[in-house]
Design a protein around this ligand. Structure first.
Ligand SMILES: [Zn+2]
Length: 505
């Protein structure tokens, strides 16, 4: 980055400052802070419009001008050297809040150009007022928005007695708790209906709660009830909520997570497009990997872990023994990184017997796994859907490379090598579309008045480096990242600057 100040003689400078001040005052702009001009950039504004060579002026936390701009006196000038300047990327489904208070520089995110994360996903997320207050007191490098989680609220009301539908009185108590979270600034309601305790809820319970979020101007975002066996029904449950509650609904990390569903991406897009044509604002987010990450228990929607027929079904249709990799296993650290087939070989038992034995161990069902559950062709088809934005579903630790790689993998290999869409469309899917899909305003665009979340990157170089076995390898190709007008990442390193804000609905 080249940085220099314009100005000639002392007198000229004084005159120019006076002139600039008069002009700024006439335009109603603040004049106390030094402005920054990023010039000679290939500006990708986030709307999908073709890149334009030009400059962007930042004043404080806002973008104030875009186009053919000349430096004003005293202005800090940054030469972008023709690199791409895009709005800061928005991760609409993130688990990066885990450990964020210890790693406030948010390396996994800012190294990819991500400037806003949306947490409270999969039904998790409660006490948002306290979470936001903590982040306001001890801010991090990125902006943080959150959903309120159905699962957390359900746990609060039902405790350990959650393996049943809630009573009307319990649903009323959940509604009251959700109302508190919405008042605290939640973007809406998130559900994780494949997980405990959400899986035991009735569709009526979920719809009634979603309506509370919708009536408050919020949205519904869901890890749907099934990503495999009952997939179509689960999609229908989400669309029904959007239609009946007249509220925007978003499918979290959309996927066809079962062999029997592979190749059905076109059918899925048709279902979603039909719903949109009928007036339902349904959208999705997606990460660019054929692997998901979850726990072992999620493979059994009926939680019938000792059922051998079910186990054979899991291994034959949902994820094979070579495709289930242990991220961790309680009491067996030596299983980390091994496949189920490898663990079975170690134990000298069949794949199916091994799986059932592991599930019978203490906390076996909560063992972390990564599984190859999707077909690449489906991921590539779904990510091209114009209403699908990019997310990571990631975090800064663990086996899955998505936490450090999702966005760079799309900006680089998916654009350059796979040619799934133009760079401008990839950026739109990470910025203005992402903002729209979760209801964030004034972010995700390069335009006067928008917040100065920006990323300067090299489209010819940008790529993910994270992979299995090196999931925390830092992405390459991003030069500078600004959050609310301040540099948080420069030439491969974070800057120990924490300008991130809490973004409330
Ligand atoms: Zn999820």
């Amino acid at each position: 980055m080249k940085e220099y100040a314009h100005g000639s003689s002392h007198q000229m400078t004084a005159f120019r400052i006076l002139l600039a001040t008069i002009t700024a005052v006439a335009l109603g702009r603040r004049v106390d802070a030094q402005t920054t001009l990023i010039r000679n950039a290939s500006v990708i504004d986030g709307t999908g419009r073709a890149a334009q060579r030009g400059s962007v002026r930042v004043d404080g936390d806002r973008i104030v001008a875009v186009g053919a701009l000349t430096p004003i006196t005293g202005e800090r000038v940054i030469d972008a050297e023709g690199l791409a300047l895009a709005p800061g990327l928005i991760d609409t489904h993130s688990h990066h809040d885990r450990g964020l208070s210890d790693r406030r520089d948010a390396l996994a995110m800012v190294s990819q150009g991500v400037t806003t994360i949306v947490v409270g996903q999969d039904g998790g997320g409660i006490n948002l007022a306290a979470t936001f207050a903590r982040l306001d007191t001890q801010p991090v490098a990125v902006n943080v928005a959150s959903y309120a989680g159905h699962g957390s609220i359900r746990s609060r009301v039902m405790g350990d007695d959650f393996k049943r539908p809630a009573t009307p009185a319990e649903v009323d108590r959940m509604k009251a708790l959700l109302k508190v979270e919405m008042d605290a600034g939640a973007l809406g309601l998130s559900t994780g209906l494949e997980y405990d305790p959400g899986i035991y809820s009735s569709p009526d319970e979920v719809r009634a709660l979603a309506k509370i979020a919708g009536d408050a101007g919020g949205r519904y975002i869901s890890h749907i009830r099934s990503e495999d066996r009952d997939f179509w029904k689960a999609i229908d449950e989400l669309i029904t909520i959007g239609r009946e509650n007249h509220m925007p609904v978003q499918v979290s990390h959309i996927k066809l997570g079962m062999r029997d569903l592979w190749g059905k991406a076109d059918s899925l897009v048709k279902v979603l497009d039909r719903a949109r044509a009928a007036g339902v604002n349904v959208t999705a987010d997606i990460y660019p990997y054929p692997f998901w990450q979850s726990n072992l228990g999620v493979l059994y929607p009926k939680r019938n872990f000792a059922d051998s027929a079910e186990t054979d079904f899991v291994l034959g249709h949902v994820a094979g023994p070579d495709d289930i990799i242990f991220n961790s296993f309680p009491g067996h650290p030596e299983y980390a990184g091994k496949t189920l087939a490898q663990v079975a070989a170690l134990r000298g038992t069949s794949n199916s017997k091994t799986l059932m034995a592991l599930l019978a161990e203490p906390r076996g069902s909560s063992a972390g796994i990564v599984a190859r559950g999707m077909a690449d062709a489906d991921v590539e088809r779904l990510i091209q859907w114009p209403f699908a934005n990019v997310c990571s579903d990631g975090q800064s630790t663990g086996l899955h490379p998505r936490g450090f790689g999702s966005f760079s993998r799309v900006l680089g290999p998916y654009v350059r090598d796979k040619k799934l869409f133009p760079l401008e469309e990839a950026v739109r899917k990470m910025t203005s579309l992402a903002a729209a899909n979760v209801g964030l305003s004034n972010r995700g665009r390069i335009a006067p008045g928008a917040f100065a979340d920006l990323v300067l990157f090299d489209p010819a170089v940008v790529a993910d480096r994270a992979d299995f076995g090196k999931a925390q390898a830092q992405a390459i190709g991003v030069r500078t990242v600004w959050v609310n007008g301040r540099v948080v990442f420069q030439d491969g390193k974070t800057t120990a600057t924490f300008p991130g804000r809490t973004l409330k609905r």
